[in-house]
Each structure stands twice: as structure tokens, then as C-alpha cells.
Design a protein around this ligand. Sequence first.
Ligand code: PMP
Ligand code: GLU
Length: 391
Amino acid sequence: MKISKRFANVGDSSTLKITSLAKNMKSKNIDVAILAAGEPDFDTPDDIKKKAIEAIKEGFTGYTPVRGTNELLELVCEKFKIDNNIEYKPENIIVSTGAKQSIYNILQALCDEDTEVILLAPYWVSYIEMVKMTGATPVVVDTSLDDFRINIERIKGSINKRTRMIIINSPNNPTGIVYTEKELRELSDLIVENNIYCISDEIYEKIIYTPNKHYSIASFNERIKDLTFTVNGLSKTYAMTGWRIGYVGGEKKLIEKALMVQTHSTSCTSSISQKAAVAALKLDNNIVIRMTDEFKKRREFLMKKIERIDGLKYVSPQGAFYLFVDFRNFLGKKFKTSEDICTKLLEDYKVAVIPGGAFGAEGFVRISYAASMHEIEKGIDRIEKFLKENI
Ligand code: PMP
Ligand code: GLU
């Protein structure tokens, strides 16, 4: 078997793999509690669905411009201005097949074999594999040493002349940490001083719990704006994971290069989804607030449940819909890694959660609360039973 060197050590996505294993078990009538996927359990709001059906009926079913329809690009610019205080024009934007592709386009366009990309662990599973796919070297800065927050000195220490980029993600998957304005301003200065690029993945922007506030690093000044690619998407905010709409804003000439990656790989994303995206971006904000309120209730319920279990600690989430739980007290001869724990949980206790190792944080387990209260309760009771019987 001959495999490209760049792909030889690219791993699977634990989040997608475990979720699909669990969904498969469910389809065979096995009663699994699925607390794995970063996927809202709500249905896509009706107004959005209606627009997609209209698009099909009207025959809006051909290719669109690769970067997206003008109507959608204009709305994305408006969104960036209103929500994030960033001025972009349609020429600064690309709409892609999910935020995942937005990130991939940028990495492919800007990274080479002799470059390094800084990741802050715990990081979302796909960043590290995408960096490897470009041939660049991921350099991991461990934020668990600093309560999962930004430590400028530590990041500074990992920058050298090969550093091309840093990827940040706030609200964070898997910890739920939201960076403060001060942290982001300090990071912005460091990025500008060193003239490196930044991908700011803001996909959980609207899923945030008071008093925390979301800041976009690109909004601070023109220098950081030109170096930053602000990524967002509709999957989480509007319960639209399967529609595959993400987007990125950035400096025009660099965006032009990223557009070539998309042009020669996938072209435009689905025309029908783009019509739906227009409806989503025009949606009454109260619908989004209602969904976030529901996540908030589940978050509190889950935290209380975990607090009652001896030996478990967690990172208090300020945003997103994950609880990152520290299982290090339970590692030893029987379970050497969090993956061993998650495998046992899935196979014998029928609860699907994601091992922290996949996020670069061994010993932790990510529990998603983008699931119904009933599912959460069932899952945690099973985890408790597992700990009683095995540890
Ligand atoms: N970034 C983060 C942090 C995520 O958790 C996800 C998961 N879906 C994505 C990007 C990609 O989302 P999508 O491709 O569905 O827009
Ligand atoms: N991002 C989500 C997660 O972390 C969905 C799956 C994926 O694309 O990784 O679970």
C-alpha cells in the first residue's frame, strides 16, 4: 500500500466515529445514551426549512459562485458588522461546506511543510489532523497548566521563525472556556508583533452563558484584522449540522488563495443550503436565545449530577455545550487512558462520550449536553454505575 506522506499519520475523528458507532447501535434498538456529538438535538427552525423547500420548487438547484451567492455574502458581512464589529466586504468572505471546510481551506492555502501551527490544547479534534494534512507541524501549547486559559509567555515561548499561524477557539470545544477581552488583546499584540496568522474559530459564539461575553480578535485593530481569519457557521447556532454551511472572513488577497482550494476541490456549497442560510441569518434572535436557554438548563443539571460523584471534577463551561470532566483519579492498571474508559462505557454501559486524548488532554472525558435532559440523566446514571462497579 502506498500512501501520501502527508496522510500517513492522520488519525480518525473520535467525535464523528463514536457518534456514528452510537447512532448505529441505536438503529439496532440498543438503548445508548448519546452524549457524544457536538450536535444540537433540536430540529432546524421551520422558517429555515421552508426557504429550502421553496428553493427546490423554484429550481434554485444549480451551481452558485464558488464563494457563495451575493445575497448570502451580503448578509454574512452584515452579521460580522453587527455581532462582531468587523467590517468585511463580500470579497473578504468565502461560504463553505461547514466551518470545517473554511478552516481547511485557510490551512491548505497558507501552510507548507517547513511551517509550524500553534494549537492550544485541549483543541478541537480536527485542527491537529488538518494541520498534518498540509504537511506543516502542529506545535501544542498545553492550557491545562493555566486553568485552560491563555498564558502569553507560554505561547510566546513556542513561536519561532517557522511559525505561520495560531488557531484559537472561544467559546472552546471541549472546555467551554470563553477568553476575556484582556486575554484576546494580549494575544492580538503577540500575533501582530510576530507577524503570524490567526484562525479564530467562533462557531459557538452565540452559545454563551452570562456574564461571559464574546469578543472577536479581528475587531481590535486593522493589523490584527489583516492577519486573522474569522470562522463561523450555522451548524450549532441554528441546529443545522447537516446543511453544511460555514464561512470565513479575512484579508482579500489571502482569501482569494483560500478560495482556490475550494474552487478546485468542492466548488460552491449546496445552493439549497445557501437559501436556507439566508433565512437563518434573518431569523428572529429569540429563537436562538430560546435554544441557548435550554442548553443553560441542561448545563446546570449536568454539573449538579457530576458534582455528586466522588472523585470527578470538571471545567466550568462559560459557553458551548460540553462538560470537560477530569477522570484522572480513575486512571491506573485497569484503565490506562480515557479512551479505555470511553470504550468500556460504550460497550458495557451503553453511554457514548468522547475521550480527552482526542483533544490533546489525556485523562479527561467530554460529555456533550446537546442532548435531552432524559438522555443526560440516563447517561450520567450509567457513568456512576460504571465507576461503582469498576473502580
Ligand atoms: N469548529 C469547532 C470548534 C467545532 O466544534 C466544529 C464541529 N462541528 C466545527 C468547527 C465544524 O462545524 P461545521 O463544519 O459543522 O460547521
Ligand atoms: N464538532 C462536533 C464535535 O466536536 C461535531 C463532530 C465533528 O465534526 O467533529 O463533536
